[in-house]
Ligand binder design. Structure first.
Ligand SMILES: [Zn+2]
Length: 271
């Protein structure tokens, strides 16, 4: 039990946070995950608005100086970075934050904190922040985080996170197109304990959204079966899908792949 990896979903929507009375159960924050290793080191995936709640909790619990925070960005579309200017740990001297990502990662913060888009200047960030353009995997505390390419406009990384006893695959913002990246996703997800995958589009929406870089629940269950994963988490929920639509998505997915769940803000999985 001590070796269990704890995955907390702080934000599970795509595109934009969009609140309404019909979207209570699944939440409205955009993509952000926390993976807590058995060593208590934290690996963060993406910095949508979900990361704001995580930052508040780390600050409140006095965890900023405990260990460096490692944040892996899938890509730089807004819904994966727009929580960053509100990530409290970035404004504390004791924080060490390492941000990993694709080419251009070093300007992810400075590009957001610009006049006239933000009243906060870049030099207000007093944390020690390092940027790493990923070419290969990163090892830490017996875990490995490995990027791989998925099919999305302007490019996007999926990540394979392996620890001593578990394998988690994060594949947000990806669209099957019948090309080699479909095969690569199945290969990377092969045998994973948990596949977290983009399920943005309803099946009947997909034809009019071709080329937008997103999947349906049916694409997810197909990938999960081909890769023989243990558990499927349907992620990157469309911001305009109500609780009712997402509950139906979960029922439909379960009928094709039994161990399926639709991600919601606050979901915690021990893997
Ligand atoms: Zn997205």
């Amino acid at each position: 039990m001590a070796e269990t990896v704890k995955v907390t979903f702080w934000g599970t929507r795509g595109s934009v946070p969009c609140s309404s009375g019909e979207k209570i159960r699944f939440g409205t924050n955009t993509s952000s995950l926390e993976i807590c290793l058995p060593s208590h080191r934290r690996i963060l995936l993406d910095a949508g608005t979900g990361i704001i709640g995580l930052g508040n909790r780390l600050s409140k619990d006095g965890l900023l100086s405990a260990a460096p925070l490692h944040l892996f960005l899938s890509h730089f579309h807004w819904d994966h970075i727009h929580g960053l200017p509100f990530f409290k740990p970035a404004y504390y001297d004791e924080t060490r934050l390492r941000i990993y990502g694709r080419k251009g990662v070093e300007s992810v913060f400075s590009g957001q904190l610009l006049d006239p888009f933000s009243p906060i200047p870049h030099d207000a960030l007093t944390a020690r922040i390092d940027y790493v353009q990923l070419e290969s995997g990163v090892d830490m505390d017996g875990a490995r985080v490995e990027p791989f390419e998925v099919n999305h406009p302007q490019g996007c990384f999926g990540y394979v996170v392996t620890t001593g006893r578990s394998k988690i695959v994060y594949a947000t913002d990806t669209e099957p197109d019948g090309g080699p990246l479909d095969d690569l996703l199945v290969e990377k997800a092969s045998g994973a304990d948990c596949l977290i995958m983009d399920s943005n589009n309803a099946v009947d929406e997909a034809p009019s959204r071709r080329g937008w870089g997103h999947s349906t629940w049916r694409d997810c269950t197909k990938t999960a079966r081909l890769a023989s994963v243990g558990r499927l988490v349907l992620f990157h929920n469309d911001p305009f899908h109500s609780d009712e639509v997402l509950e139906r998505k979960e029922r439909d997915a379960k009928a094709e792949f039994g161990d399926s769940i639709v991600a919601y803000d606050g979901l915690v999985l021990n893997i």
